[in-house]
Design a protein. Structure first.
Length: 263
Protein backbone atom coordinates (compact mmCIF):
# COMPACT_ATOMS: atom_id res chain seq x y z
CA UNK A 1 0.00 0.00 0.00
CA UNK A 2 1.27 3.44 -0.94
CA UNK A 3 1.68 5.94 1.89
CA UNK A 4 0.86 9.47 0.77
CA UNK A 5 3.09 12.15 2.28
CA UNK A 6 3.14 15.92 1.97
CA UNK A 7 5.71 18.48 3.04
CA UNK A 8 3.69 19.04 6.23
CA UNK A 9 4.07 15.42 7.29
CA UNK A 10 7.78 15.41 6.43
CA UNK A 11 8.27 18.45 8.63
CA UNK A 12 6.41 16.75 11.49
CA UNK A 13 8.44 13.58 11.00
CA UNK A 14 11.76 15.42 11.07
CA UNK A 15 10.79 17.71 13.95
CA UNK A 16 9.42 14.94 16.17
CA UNK A 17 8.61 11.37 15.06
CA UNK A 18 6.09 10.97 17.91
CA UNK A 19 4.24 14.07 16.71
CA UNK A 20 4.03 12.49 13.25
CA UNK A 21 2.53 9.36 14.83
CA UNK A 22 -0.11 11.33 16.71
CA UNK A 23 -1.13 13.48 13.75
CA UNK A 24 -0.72 11.14 10.77
CA UNK A 25 -1.42 7.69 12.21
CA UNK A 26 -3.76 8.47 15.10
CA UNK A 27 -5.43 11.50 13.50
CA UNK A 28 -5.22 13.63 16.64
CA UNK A 29 -5.60 17.38 16.55
CA UNK A 30 -5.96 20.25 18.97
CA UNK A 31 -8.49 23.09 19.04
CA UNK A 32 -7.38 26.40 17.56
CA UNK A 33 -8.03 29.84 18.99
CA UNK A 34 -10.52 32.25 17.38
CA UNK A 35 -7.58 34.40 16.27
CA UNK A 36 -5.90 31.46 14.57
CA UNK A 37 -9.19 30.46 12.98
CA UNK A 38 -9.64 33.97 11.60
CA UNK A 39 -6.13 33.97 10.13
CA UNK A 40 -6.68 30.58 8.52
CA UNK A 41 -9.95 31.75 7.00
CA UNK A 42 -8.28 34.89 5.64
CA UNK A 43 -5.49 32.79 4.13
CA UNK A 44 -7.97 30.47 2.43
CA UNK A 45 -9.82 33.45 0.99
CA UNK A 46 -6.62 34.95 -0.35
CA UNK A 47 -5.62 31.67 -2.01
CA UNK A 48 -9.09 31.45 -3.51
CA UNK A 49 -8.71 34.99 -4.81
CA UNK A 50 -5.41 34.23 -6.51
CA UNK A 51 -6.77 31.00 -7.99
CA UNK A 52 -9.88 32.70 -9.37
CA UNK A 53 -7.82 35.51 -10.83
CA UNK A 54 -5.54 33.02 -12.60
CA UNK A 55 -8.61 31.30 -14.06
CA UNK A 56 -9.89 34.62 -15.38
CA UNK A 57 -12.86 34.71 -13.00
CA UNK A 58 -14.19 37.81 -11.30
CA UNK A 59 -12.64 38.60 -7.92
CA UNK A 60 -14.42 41.89 -7.26
CA UNK A 61 -16.74 40.46 -4.60
CA UNK A 62 -13.76 39.22 -2.59
CA UNK A 63 -12.16 42.66 -2.76
CA UNK A 64 -15.39 44.35 -1.68
CA UNK A 65 -15.75 42.02 1.29
CA UNK A 66 -12.22 42.71 2.52
CA UNK A 67 -10.39 45.91 1.42
CA UNK A 68 -7.20 44.67 3.10
CA UNK A 69 -7.19 41.76 0.69
CA UNK A 70 -7.15 44.26 -2.16
CA UNK A 71 -4.22 46.05 -0.49
CA UNK A 72 -2.31 42.78 -0.20
CA UNK A 73 -3.03 41.89 -3.81
CA UNK A 74 -1.85 45.33 -4.94
CA UNK A 75 1.33 44.93 -2.91
CA UNK A 76 2.28 41.84 -4.90
CA UNK A 77 1.22 43.40 -8.20
CA UNK A 78 3.49 46.37 -7.51
CA UNK A 79 6.37 44.31 -6.15
CA UNK A 80 6.34 41.66 -8.89
CA UNK A 81 4.32 42.80 -11.91
CA UNK A 82 5.98 40.10 -13.99
CA UNK A 83 3.83 37.51 -12.21
CA UNK A 84 0.64 39.03 -13.58
CA UNK A 85 1.69 40.32 -17.00
CA UNK A 86 0.74 38.10 -19.96
CA UNK A 87 3.73 36.16 -21.23
CA UNK A 88 4.88 37.03 -24.76
CA UNK A 89 5.72 33.35 -25.19
CA UNK A 90 2.65 31.33 -26.13
CA UNK A 91 4.40 28.18 -24.94
CA UNK A 92 4.36 29.38 -21.32
CA UNK A 93 2.38 27.09 -19.02
CA UNK A 94 0.61 28.67 -16.05
CA UNK A 95 -1.62 26.92 -13.55
CA UNK A 96 -2.89 27.71 -10.07
CA UNK A 97 -3.21 24.91 -7.50
CA UNK A 98 -1.01 22.68 -9.65
CA UNK A 99 -0.84 19.13 -8.24
CA UNK A 100 2.13 16.79 -8.73
CA UNK A 101 2.99 13.42 -7.26
CA UNK A 102 6.24 11.49 -7.20
CA UNK A 103 6.46 7.82 -6.19
CA UNK A 104 9.55 6.72 -4.33
CA UNK A 105 9.63 3.21 -2.86
CA UNK A 106 6.34 2.72 -0.97
CA UNK A 107 5.65 6.42 -0.65
CA UNK A 108 3.74 8.88 -2.81
CA UNK A 109 5.08 12.39 -2.33
CA UNK A 110 2.40 14.98 -3.05
CA UNK A 111 2.87 18.69 -3.70
CA UNK A 112 0.43 21.46 -4.61
CA UNK A 113 1.90 24.63 -6.10
CA UNK A 114 -0.13 27.80 -5.53
CA UNK A 115 1.07 28.91 -8.97
CA UNK A 116 3.39 27.20 -11.44
CA UNK A 117 4.85 29.23 -14.31
CA UNK A 118 6.78 27.02 -16.73
CA UNK A 119 8.78 28.49 -19.60
CA UNK A 120 10.81 26.63 -22.20
CA UNK A 121 14.08 26.79 -20.26
CA UNK A 122 12.97 27.57 -16.71
CA UNK A 123 10.11 27.14 -14.28
CA UNK A 124 9.15 28.95 -11.11
CA UNK A 125 6.94 27.94 -8.21
CA UNK A 126 5.00 30.71 -6.49
CA UNK A 127 3.65 30.22 -2.98
CA UNK A 128 1.40 32.69 -1.18
CA UNK A 129 1.98 33.04 2.56
CA UNK A 130 -0.29 35.07 4.82
CA UNK A 131 2.27 35.66 7.57
CA UNK A 132 2.84 39.20 8.88
CA UNK A 133 6.54 39.00 7.98
CA UNK A 134 8.87 36.31 6.62
CA UNK A 135 10.66 33.95 9.01
CA UNK A 136 14.43 33.57 9.04
CA UNK A 137 15.55 32.74 5.50
CA UNK A 138 17.64 29.75 6.49
CA UNK A 139 14.67 28.14 8.22
CA UNK A 140 12.60 28.56 5.07
CA UNK A 141 15.41 27.07 3.00
CA UNK A 142 15.60 24.03 5.28
CA UNK A 143 11.83 23.57 5.46
CA UNK A 144 10.57 20.53 3.60
CA UNK A 145 8.15 22.65 1.60
CA UNK A 146 11.02 24.44 -0.14
CA UNK A 147 13.08 21.30 -0.53
CA UNK A 148 10.31 18.91 -1.59
CA UNK A 149 8.60 21.31 -3.99
CA UNK A 150 11.78 21.91 -5.98
CA UNK A 151 12.82 18.25 -5.81
CA UNK A 152 9.50 16.91 -7.09
CA UNK A 153 9.37 19.38 -9.97
CA UNK A 154 12.86 18.38 -11.08
CA UNK A 155 12.10 14.67 -10.76
CA UNK A 156 8.80 14.85 -12.66
CA UNK A 157 9.83 17.15 -15.51
CA UNK A 158 12.61 17.65 -18.04
CA UNK A 159 13.99 20.70 -16.22
CA UNK A 160 17.44 20.67 -14.66
CA UNK A 161 17.56 21.62 -10.97
CA UNK A 162 19.33 24.90 -11.78
CA UNK A 163 16.44 25.88 -14.06
CA UNK A 164 13.99 25.88 -11.16
CA UNK A 165 13.13 28.49 -8.56
CA UNK A 166 10.61 28.92 -5.78
CA UNK A 167 9.35 32.25 -4.48
CA UNK A 168 7.33 32.82 -1.33
CA UNK A 169 5.25 35.99 -1.23
CA UNK A 170 4.23 37.17 2.24
CA UNK A 171 1.12 39.17 1.59
CA UNK A 172 -0.08 40.36 5.00
CA UNK A 173 3.05 42.34 5.82
CA UNK A 174 1.27 45.57 4.81
CA UNK A 175 -0.61 45.40 8.11
CA UNK A 176 2.50 45.52 10.25
CA UNK A 177 5.25 47.00 8.12
CA UNK A 178 3.70 49.96 6.36
CA UNK A 179 6.32 52.32 7.73
CA UNK A 180 9.37 50.32 6.68
CA UNK A 181 11.82 51.60 4.13
CA UNK A 182 11.02 50.63 0.54
CA UNK A 183 13.74 48.31 -0.69
CA UNK A 184 14.20 47.08 -4.25
CA UNK A 185 16.60 44.19 -4.08
CA UNK A 186 16.19 42.02 -7.20
CA UNK A 187 19.20 39.78 -6.66
CA UNK A 188 18.47 36.08 -7.00
CA UNK A 189 19.91 34.19 -4.05
CA UNK A 190 21.46 30.81 -4.71
CA UNK A 191 19.64 28.04 -2.88
CA UNK A 192 19.73 27.42 0.05
CA UNK A 193 20.40 30.98 1.36
CA UNK A 194 17.76 32.55 -0.88
CA UNK A 195 17.15 36.23 -1.40
CA UNK A 196 14.79 38.66 0.21
CA UNK A 197 13.01 41.33 -1.75
CA UNK A 198 10.99 43.82 0.24
CA UNK A 199 8.65 46.73 -0.37
CA UNK A 200 6.53 48.78 1.96
CA UNK A 201 3.72 46.28 1.87
CA UNK A 202 5.06 43.01 0.55
CA UNK A 203 8.02 40.73 1.07
CA UNK A 204 9.32 37.73 -0.76
CA UNK A 205 11.93 35.04 -0.43
CA UNK A 206 13.28 33.46 -3.58
CA UNK A 207 15.27 30.23 -3.77
CA UNK A 208 17.06 28.89 -6.83
CA UNK A 209 17.87 25.21 -6.95
CA UNK A 210 21.11 23.61 -8.12
CA UNK A 211 22.42 20.11 -8.73
CA UNK A 212 24.27 19.81 -5.42
CA UNK A 213 21.27 20.84 -3.36
CA UNK A 214 19.02 18.58 -5.41
CA UNK A 215 21.15 15.53 -4.70
CA UNK A 216 21.47 16.45 -1.02
CA UNK A 217 17.70 16.72 -0.70
CA UNK A 218 17.22 13.33 -2.37
CA UNK A 219 19.71 11.80 0.04
CA UNK A 220 18.10 13.41 3.09
CA UNK A 221 14.65 12.33 1.93
CA UNK A 222 15.78 8.75 1.37
CA UNK A 223 17.28 8.58 4.86
CA UNK A 224 14.13 10.03 6.42
CA UNK A 225 11.87 7.58 4.58
CA UNK A 226 14.10 4.67 5.59
CA UNK A 227 13.64 5.68 9.22
CA UNK A 228 9.90 6.01 8.67
CA UNK A 229 9.68 2.49 7.25
CA UNK A 230 11.45 1.13 10.33
CA UNK A 231 9.29 3.13 12.73
CA UNK A 232 6.11 2.02 10.95
CA UNK A 233 7.14 -1.60 11.29
CA UNK A 234 7.89 -1.12 14.99
CA UNK A 235 4.55 0.69 15.43
CA UNK A 236 2.69 -2.29 13.98
CA UNK A 237 4.40 -4.38 16.66
CA UNK A 238 3.21 -2.08 19.43
CA UNK A 239 6.22 0.22 19.73
CA UNK A 240 5.50 3.96 19.48
CA UNK A 241 7.54 6.35 17.38
CA UNK A 242 10.59 7.92 19.10
CA UNK A 243 10.27 11.12 21.10
CA UNK A 244 12.65 14.06 20.95
CA UNK A 245 14.79 14.65 24.07
CA UNK A 246 13.04 16.63 26.79
CA UNK A 247 15.75 19.30 26.65
CA UNK A 248 15.32 19.80 22.89
CA UNK A 249 13.11 22.84 23.45
CA UNK A 250 10.47 21.47 21.07
CA UNK A 251 7.99 20.22 23.67
CA UNK A 252 7.20 23.44 25.53
CA UNK A 253 4.80 24.83 22.92
CA UNK A 254 3.67 21.51 21.44
CA UNK A 255 -0.06 20.79 21.60
CA UNK A 256 0.70 17.16 22.45
CA UNK A 257 2.97 17.80 25.44
CA UNK A 258 0.30 16.50 27.86
CA UNK A 259 -0.23 13.31 25.86
CA UNK A 260 3.52 12.77 25.77
CA UNK A 261 3.78 13.62 29.50
CA UNK A 262 6.13 16.50 28.71
CA UNK A 263 4.02 19.25 30.33
Amino acid sequence: MLIRLSQTYLNHLETCPRKFQLIYLEQLSSPISPDQEEKLAWGKQFHLLMQQRELGLSVELLFQADPKMWESFQAIAQGAPEIFLPSPNSATFRQAEHLRTWKIENFLLTVVYDLLIAEESSAQIIDWKTYPRPPVRQKVAENWQTRLYLLVLAETSDYLPEQLSMTYWFVESARDQGSEKNLHDHRDGRFPPGSLRESRSSQCLKFISDRQQHEQTKQDLSQLLTKLQRWLKDYENGQPFPQVPENSGKCQNCQFSVICKRD
